[in-house]
Ligand binder design. Structure first.
Ligand SMILES: [Ca+2]
Ligand SMILES: [Ca+2]
Length: 231
């Protein structure tokens, strides 16, 4: 065998070479341990934070407009009053959050001692995309003392106007989650029924109460979403 045929054989051929190889191997081990410790103990935090889930705060800035309608409804009759939120509100906001409806009335017969009539209001469940089953909805109400009836529909699912903390994903994901203009598109229908309560003097032919004028206020609450990382 020629000396150059096998490098390893050559390296171990004498004590000096063996010592050199041992030093080299010891150096390799130390270098490996150094890099391993740097990786685990120094870069470990960086690596961990890179894969840790970020926290975000989602906040909503609300804006609303008032739309009014009015009907005079005869005794025992039911009227359906419609409302469609204008498209510009969808264009200029992230979403349609809540729909507030207020029904007000007084006794308008002008008769002395005429008691307030009984008004009932029901927001019909239609095919408008909304959170119809939200347990905090108030979709119907009744009043017999001229007190206003207040109804509430959660339109954007899970929206209540409160800011929220979330974990994971990224800003764009959360911003997109709260930017959907399909909720609340379409026509809402409010059924209002009047049952007249006549004055005690209604036995007199000229004194009677046959109807009531009902005012309805529609207040769609839109929101603009903002998402920021919680550091
Ligand atoms: Ca009355
Ligand atoms: Ca009346």
């Amino acid at each position: 065998m020629q000396p150059n045929d096998n490098v390893l054989a050559d390296l171990f051929s004498n004590d000096g070479s063996r010592r050199n190889v041992s030093i080299y191997l010891a150096f390799l081990v130390v270098a490996f341990l150094y890099h391993a410790s740097v990786f685990w103990f120094i870069m470990g935090d960086d690596i961990q934070s890179k894969y840790a889930q970020s926290e975000y705060v989602i906040e909503f800035e609300e804006s609303s407009e008032i739309f009014t309608d009015s009907r005079t409804i005869d005794d025992g009759e039911k009227a359906t009053i419609d409302f469609t939120a204008p498209s510009n509100l969808f264009d200029s906001n992230s979403g349609f959050g809540l729909l507030l409806i207020t029904i007000t009335y007084t006794e308008t017969s002008g008769e002395f001692g005429d008691p307030c009539d009984t008004i009932s209001a029901d927001l019909s469940v239609t095919d408008v995309s909304a959170d119809w089953k939200n347990e905090n909805n108030e979709l119907s109400g009744v009043s017999s003392d001229c007190e206003a009836i207040s109804l509430l529909l959660h339109v954007y699912p899970d929206y209540d106007g409160e800011s929220m903390d979330v974990v994971g994903m990224d800003e764009l994901y959360w911003s997109d989650t709260w930017s959907n203009s399909s909720y609340g598109q379409g026509m809402f229908q409010l059924d209002v029924e009047v049952i007249v309560n006549e004055p005690i003097t209604s036995g007199i032919p000229t004194v009677s109460d046959t109807n009531e004028k009902v005012d309805v206020t529609w207040e769609p609450v839109f929101f603009e979403v903002s998402v920021r990382e919680n550091s």
